[in-house]
Design a protein around this ligand. Structure first.
Ligand SMILES: *Cc1c(COP(=O)(O)O)cnc(C)c1O
Length: 382
């Protein structure tokens, strides 16, 4: 059976060219990059080349990139690292209601540790309320964290406006750019701290980075050796970092052209579904949305049944974000946009990428209406 993967926002296939670069560091070149003999120098240099590639993709200086084990760790390092280092200046922090769980759960922890947290509302399209942000900032505010693009609905936030507001008030601004990085422009001017991840850009899992604008005071989560300017001690995951660097270099040269292709397919998918099935609503901002993401609510079906039935046809899609998939719970992101629990229960996320083919789109548009028809029939008989 033909397999169709529509879950690129959850993870992406490893690019063959990336694997090729990684191989030597998984076998022959196993030296600890911190060692001083010449054999280790190659690993050390490879890490520095990767740092340059990642820095380039966000227009940052090489020394402003700290490698981590992924997006989750980079979000933890940014938020906890900044709050713990600066708590004497204030105990108020601001985020949004639609952040990834690796941001939201950090703020929940900070609340337990005595910080006051404001969770910003979003509008119907999933855009954060910027005037609420302005009103919320007070003398005690030290950090604002708002994601660049949402993983579920693809809505892109006005991060440059948010950064300008924070800058005027002397507040640090962090953005989780895991979903936008490698798809659209992510620039170091967008925030003081920026989270990125490797496995969402055709790199290996287990690598990510935090951009730390020079002069930003954060403290490490771990203590140990001198690696990563002491912000992330521990022997580097050389192969993963090398792969991440190669993936970033490839994105820099290929993302614009691929974006045009992917957008065309996503738009065709959206149009085809809306034409073929009644009672479908598209979520996220109509324009300011990642070009690869389509999140829809389908009336009178359960998302989990949809996902299972699609799976039987060889189609892999998501009923929400991957982290929630095991708990049959409606999406907190969609609820925050004002949808009812009932509306959200039939939410399906389709996210496309560079291996998506036009024939995949055609097959999906042919397959989905039949599944929906059968599920609706079964529901009305039950
Ligand atoms: C995937 C994702 C993360 C987590 O990144 P990992 O590298 O998987 O830990 C964080 N934020 C967003 C928006 C994501 O999509």
């Amino acid at each position: 059976m033909n397999k169709i993967y529509f879950d690129y926002n959850s993870s992406t296939p490893l690019d063959k060219r990336v694997l090729k670069e990684m191989r030597v560091y998984l076998s022959d070149n196993f030296a600890n990059p911190s060692a001083i003999y010449s054999f280790a120098q190659k690993a050390k240099n490879a890490i520095e080349d990767a740092r340059i590639s990642v820095a380039k993709l966000v227009s940052a200086k090489r020394r402003e990139i700290v490698f981590t084990s992924g997006g989750t760790e980079a979000n933890n390092l940014a938020i906890k690292g900044f709050c713990f280092a600066n708590h004497s200046r204030g105990n108020h922090v601001i985020t949004s209601k639609i952040e990834h769980s690796s941001v939201l759960s950090v703020f929940k922890l900070l609340e337990k540790k005595g910080f006051k947290v404001t969770y910003l509302n979003v509008d119907r399209d999933g855009v954060v309320d910027v005037s609420q942000l302005k009103e919320s900032i007070c003398k005690e505010t030290i950090l604002v964290s708002v994601m660049h693009a949402n993983n579920e609905i693809g809505t892109i936030q006005p991060v440059e406006r948010i950064k300008a507001i924070c800058e005027r008030q002397g507040v640090c601004f962090h953005t989780d750019a895991v979903q936008s990085f490698g798809k659209i422009e992510v620039n170091s001017s967008f925030a003081d701290l920026i989270t990125v991840s490797s496995h969402k850009i055709y790199g290996p899992k287990g690598a990510g980075a935090l951009y730390v604008k020079s002069g930003t005071n954060i403290e490490p989560l771990f203590n140990g050796g001198h690696q990563e300017e002491e912000l992330r001690p521990g022997t580097e995951a050389v192969a993963s970092i090398v792969g991440f660097g190669k993936a970033a270099a490839l994105r820099l040269s290929e993302m614009d052209e691929e974006g045009i292709k992917v957008k065309k397919m996503r738009d065709a998918l959206e149009e085809g579904i809306l034409k073929a099935i009644k009672g479908v609503k598209v979520n996220g901002h109509p324009q300011n949305r990642l070009y690869n993401t389509l999140n829809i609510c389908i009336d009178a079906v359960e998302a989990q049944n949809l996902v299972i039935n699609l799976d039987m046809k060889g189609i892999y899609a998501s009923s929400g974000s991957a982290c929630q998939a095991k708990i049959p719970e409606v999406s907190y992101v969609l609820l925050a946009t004002g949808l009812s629990e009932r509306d959200c229960s039939g939410a399906l996320r389709l996210s496309l990428g560079k291996c998506t083919k036009e024939s995949d789109i055609r097959f999906f548009i042919k397959t989905l209406p039949e599944i929906v028809k059968n599920l609706r029939k079964a529901a009305s008989h039950g």
